[in-house]
Each structure stands twice: as C-alpha cells, then as structure tokens.
Design a protein around this ligand. Sequence first.
Ligand SMILES: Cc1cc2nc3c(=O)[nH]c(=O)nc-3n(C[C@H](O)[C@H](O)[C@H](O)COP(=O)(O)O)c2cc1C
Length: 298
Amino acid sequence: MQNRKAAIFYFSGTGNTEIIAKRIADALERKDQRPDLFRMENILKGQQSVDYEAYGLIGIGHPVLGFGASGIVERFAEQLPDSAGTSTFVFKTASSPHYVNHGASNTVIRCLRNKGYNTFHNSIFAMPCNFFMKYDDRLNKQLYKTALHKVEILAEEVLCRTPKVLRIHPVLEKTLKMVYYFEDAHGGKVFAKGLKITASCTLCLKCVRDCPTSNIAEGKDGISFGQECIWCMRCIYSCPRKAIQATKIRSCVVEPYTGGPALYKLLEDPGNDGQFVNDRSTGYYKHFIDYIKEDDSL
Ligand SMILES: Cc1cc2nc3c(=O)[nH]c(=O)nc-3n(C[C@H](O)[C@H](O)[C@H](O)COP(=O)(O)O)c2cc1C
C-alpha cells in the first residue's frame, strides 16, 4: 500500500485551494512522492477519468463555503468508487482558522468513511478572504507564508500517516450545517440572478469555459447565467476586463481581490513585509495569533 502513488483532488473557486494543493504536491515531491493532481470539476464534467485503484494515498482539498464544503465537492466524493481503506487526507482553505470552520469537511469525510476510505488527517489553511472582507495585503502575505510552513508539516505527517483531527462541538456543527445548506441550495442562485455583464466585455468567453458547473452560456442575447451557480466567485475575479458585476449581495465581492494567482504579486512586493498579526493583535485578528504561532512562524 505505502509504495502506491499519491493523488490530490481539489476544487478551488478563486485559486487559494489550488495554490495549497500544488504546494502540497511540491512538498511531497521533495520527499520522493510526486502526486498526480486532479481538478474535481474536470472529473465531474467527464473530461478526465481516474484509475483510483492506482493510488495508495489520496488528498482531497476544497475551500470553506458557508461553513461547509461545496456541493461540487460532495458530488465528487459521492462518485468515488468503494475502497478497502485507502489512506486519505482532507485539507481546506478558509478566510479564517476559527474552529467554526473545523467541521466544514465532515459531510465529505462521512461519505468517504461509508465508502471505506480511511481519512486519517484533516487540516485547515487560512488564506486571503474572497468574500465580503478585504484583508490587508500584509495579512494576505503573512497567511500565505504561514500556509507554506504548515504545508511542509502536513507533507511529513501524511507520509508518516500521523493522524490529525479538527474538533467542533456537535451542536455547533448542526447549527452551522443549516447555514451551509441554505448557502449551498439558495445562495448561489440568488447571487447569479443578479450577475450582469457590462459594456467592457469582449466576449472572450473565459467565464463560459471556466465556470466549474458550466453555469455560464453564450446565447443570442450575450452571456447568461443559469441556476447552477455555486457562489465560488471565480467568474467575477478572473474576468480579464472585470466585466461581470454583482447587483445582488454585491458587498460580498472583494475589490481588488489579492488572493489566488494575485498572491504571487504580493510575494514579490518588497514594500509588503508580510507582518500584520502579532502578539498584540486584538478584535477579529486575535484568533489568528494561535494559528500563526502554532508552528512557530509568527
Ligand atoms: C460563498 C462563500 C462562502 C464562504 N464562507 C466562508 C466561511 O464560512 N468561512 C471562512 O472562513 N471563509 C469563507 N469563505 C472564504 C473562502 O473559504 C476562502 O477565501 C478560500 O480560501 C477560497 O478558496 P478558493 O480560492 O480555493 O476558492 C467563503 C467564500 C465564499 C465565496
């Protein structure tokens, strides 16, 4: 089992989870284990097939959306074949490392357990917020650097099959699940209803090609949005002309969004020292202290 290959399957709306998935792959490669990387949406759209039997270690990554994984991640888990105990690790990215997010993968983990997978490691990476709140870019850089450090630890732990759990009180988990179900079932639909294309659209169709649920189409009246939006924000942030505008729940759009691929620019910015949260941080940022300090990276 130990010498079978590793694979990482991930969903990433705006690039944060993709960055972490790739860094985990790099860290595992430095330990002589190059995992294959798969985007869940390509598998669900039938664009890629997978020989799951070939893998002895499987990683599953997703962003936290409304205290849960997204429906797309649950659909991916449901289509997995049964397994005789394949070692599996789950990781998520979120704007906050707060324990309210700790149960976000639990539905997926339960599905994996029912199928016979052995999920021994569950972790969370705080990354730039792509929803409602624009973090200071010094914090974005600090979170990314902290995540890189934690990725190295994760790689060591998953190769040694060291267990890691994220705890959440069952009553809190049940309450947050209601928020999640509402967000998953209705949030995206409401949001997509208010999406409008502005005059700066060049009909490059990037949004049509990139939408993870194929919810964006080009018709005779131009670009239209269907009912399958999962509120991942990808179309809004990745449009090269910033031509997609939210008219409903518009305050959830972060401008400018400096997570995902834009993070690399922050890393190169010598004027950004990546120092934001420190021992004296208060208010909302206080809860980041332990997360950043946990592995001595403050
Ligand atoms: C609809 C939506 C809901 C979100 N809900 C949460 C949440 O419950 N908790 C949290 O910490 N971050 C939340 N976020 C922020 C994302 O989890 C975070 O920015 C993540 O790193 C994005 O990953 P991605 O770039 O791979 O999509 C939410 C983002 C969106 C778009």
